[in-house]
Design a protein. Structure first.
Length: 367
């Protein structure tokens, strides 16, 4: 990675600056916040689309979009192999159930996770600006896929919101908020480094190899992102539930996330009992073999930090070696640009006051 700035979207929706640690998010109010109409404008002319189907709700949503608006659509599910064992077996089963449900042609490609983690992590860290072994493995799947001459659509992240305990304030995901003392509030339990961690590596892969990747359909245009936030209004009104500003262990938003996607009534899903990536199984296996709970992180995550420090893109404000995940949870500058985003907060807050929803947070555990 040579350039330390990354732009996301068909038109500039998110701009990242690795040097300053700044995220600029652009919103534009459409004449009608109708997501399906906006998606039709962006996706309706695409032909030859392969959805990277993980089995999670985000990629299921992308598959629904591609099936509805694009031509010549199929899907590929990456099976992460450790010796002869499928690490992400739960996801693979869910992906098959979902593909059958919506009549989507599904292919499988095996990725040698053991070989990649032991031999390719350093290369991928330097080239694509990632400190995540999981993301590195996803990048390897895409880079080596037989479908990478097609348009690849991945699952993004729904632009959700959360609500204060007294239900008198709404907080937009990704936006920085401060309390009365000027201290940062983790509005939705998501680091403001999110796009650096989960999106920038895919943009780098796309540019360096001449691929066409849609990493997050919510970031295609500023209008779509605006309408994506607006969709929270419908989710709250339809299901009478909202996500409380997370504190303590009860910060998992999976129930609300399901409600959000279910608010697109024409789409179908297969809801897993619990979201698992397969890396939980690998962490448990390595810990049980060595007696060291942190064996996975010590082998495959922590060493990457020293490699990253030698690169042009490394910024300690974004990446921190002080935690097991090696990612900083510090608040970095996030600027919402374009329309007045407080208008969106007020629109959603009015729905909260009219609907009087209950909180649907569930407990979060790291296995």
């Amino acid at each position: 990675m040579e350039n330390t700035t990354v732009t996301i979207g068909n038109t500039r929706t998110v701009e990242l600056d690795f040097e300053t640690g700044t995220t600029d998010i652009y919103l534009e109010k459409p004449s009608q916040p109708n997501l399906m109409k906006l998606y039709e404008e962006q996706l309706g002319n695409l032909e030859g689309v392969t959805v990277c189907l993980s089995g999670g709700l985000d990629s299921q949503f992308s598959a629904n979009l591609a099936k509805k608006f694009c031509k010549d659509v199929n899907a590929v599910c990456f099976r992460f192999m450790w010796d002869d064992i499928v690490m992400n077996a739960d996801d693979v089963v869910t992906a098959k159930q979902f593909a059958d449900k919506i009549d989507l042609e599904l292919h499988y490609e095996d990725i040698d996770a053991k070989d990649h983690l032991e031999n390719n992590l350093v290369e991928y860290t330097r080239k694509y600006a990632t400190l995540s072994p999981q993301i590195s493995l996803q990048l390897a799947g895409i880079r080596n896929s037989k479908f990478n001459d097609r348009i690849l659509m991945l699952g993004g992240e729904a632009p959700n919101c959360c609500v204060s305990k007294d239900k008198d304030a709404v907080y937009l995901e990704r936006k920085n908020y401060t309390d009365e003392d000027g201290q940062g509030i983790a509005a939705t339990g998501v680091s403001s480094s999110f796009y650096f961690i989960f999106n920038a590596p895919f943009v780098n892969l796309e540019k360096q190899h001449g691929l066409h990747i849609i990493k997050d359909p919510f970031l295609l245009t500023p209008e779509i992102l605006y309408a994506g936030y607006y969709q929270n209004k419908y989710a709250i009104e339809s299901f009478g539930q909202c996500y409380e500003l997370p504190t303590g262990q009860k910060r998992n938003k999976e129930t609300y996330k399901q409600n959000y996607y279910r608010s697109f009534e024409e789409f179908e899903y297969v809801f897993p009992l619990a979201k698992r990536t397969g890396f939980e199984n690998l962490k448990f296996y390595l810990a049980s073999q060595t007696g060291n709970f942190d064996e996975f992180d010590e082998l495959y995550r922590v060493p990457l930090l020293n490699i990253a420090k030698e690169t042009a893109w490394y910024n300690p404000r974004l990446f921190d070696s002080g935690s097991r995940s090696a990612f900083s949870k510090k608040v970095n500058p996030v600027n919402f640009r374009g329309v007045d985003d407080t208008e969106l907060e007020d629109i959603i807050l009015n729905s909260v006051r009219e609907t009087e929803p209950t909180f649907c947070n569930v407990y979060n555990f790291d296995w």
